[in-house]
Design a binder for this molecule. Structure first.
Ligand SMILES: Nc1nc2c(ncn2[C@@H]2O[C@H](COP(=O)(O)OP(=O)(O)OP(=O)(O)O)[C@@H](O)[C@H]2O)c(=O)[nH]1
Ligand SMILES: [Mg+2]
Length: 294
């Protein structure tokens, strides 16, 4: 469940490891139990159209067996708040496990966040192509549907797992844990995680990454950092992308940077164009420095 919008109550994530060309667990889905536990399993005999009943063990049996409350709405709201807290706590626990694994293997994991279409995949494919002689990359791609982005990453020769979140609007730590098992990133490599395009909910979910990198494109408006402050506060770096389009759009770069620093005084900012290549040296320099400074 997403504590911001509740979008993934019925999420049905699927994982596709393109390197192996298999739709792993195509019918696999996850349930969040009342105590925040996430259960992932599959029904091999079942088609997506069929409905089915689940009887999962719950350590929060009291929630299921309690008599009807006197004030059902208030009770429901309290239960929902408790569930949200548990979901985040569970996520944070798995994120800590992921972080420990990354640190143990000296893998730099970065969480790329932006609104849809800001240029995450374009920036990734360019970065991988330009730096593949110096760094080893693998990628976890998050999208609600399709493997389009994973196909683009695979064309660079890089190992990639596509996570389709179904109704979910963000990646969660458990999905990254599963992606790691499938990809098995090499020691001393870089794992790029492209989150689902959304400037709201991914800010809440720690994946175990070293840093969040926010990508904002100049076609989105210069006020986004102050309108969506949580994302820019949570990010170490903002890449202002599509600067090749600045002559054609009404976008005040200085105002945008001032807004970003207003919500996060420490945020670093680079102006880049993933298509023309302008400014990418700064991003590559940051990446190489971050790899070198565990
Ligand atoms: N002009 C220009 N276009 C860009 C730039 N970067 C990306 N684009 C274009 O923007 C569109 C979206 O790019 P993507 O890389 O798919 O964006 P994304 O953030 O991965 O999108 P989602 O995964 O759907 O959220 C594509 O048409 C890209 O060619 C850029 O620097 N300049
Ligand atoms: Mg993309």
């Amino acid at each position: 469940m997403c504590v911001t919008c509740g979008c993934s109550d019925d999420a049905n994530p699927t994982f596709t490891h393109l390197a192996a060309h298999t739709a792993a667990a195509a019918l696999t889905h996850s349930h969040v139990l009342a105590d925040g536990q996430v259960i992932t399993h599959s029904h091999p005999q079942e088609t997506r159209q069929q409905t089915h009943e689940h009887h999962h063990p719950s350590s929060h049996a009291a929630l299921e067996t309690a008599p009807p409350p006197r004030h059902p709405e208030r009770k429901q709201s309290l239960q929902s708040t408790a569930l949200e807290i548990n979901v985040l706590a569970k996520n944070d626990l798995i994120a800590a496990q992921n972080r420990g694994w990354f640190e143990g293997c000296n893998v730099l994991a970065l969480n790329l966040v932006s609104s849809p279409g800001a240029g995450k995949t374009t920036l990734l494919t360019r970065t991988i192509s330009d730096l593949q002689d110096r760094l080893q990359f693998s990628v976890i791609e998050g999208d609600q549907a399709t493997a389009h982005d994973a196909e683009r990453i695979r064309a660079t020769g890089c190992g990639v797992v596509q996570v389709n979140t179904g109704t979910g609007c963000h990646l969660e730590a458990a999905m990254i844990q599963r992606g790691i098992h499938s990809l098995n990133p090499a020691a001393n490599s870089v794992l790029m995680i492209e989150n689902v395009g959304n400037l709201v909910c991914p800010a809440l979910f720690d994946l175990g990454e070293r840093a969040k990198v926010a990508i904002l494109s100049v076609t989105e408006g210069d006020d986004k950092p102050i309108k969506y402050p949580h994302m820019f506060r949570a990010s170490s770096l903002m890449l202002l992308n599509k600067v090749d389009l600045l002559p054609y759009v009404n976008f005040d770069v200085d105002r945008c940077i001032a807004y970003a620093r207003q919500v996060n005084p420490d945020i670093e900012v680079f102006l880049v164009s993933a298509t023309s290549g302008e400014g990418l040296d700064h991003w590559y320099g940051w990446l190489l420095e971050t790899v070198a400074a565990p």
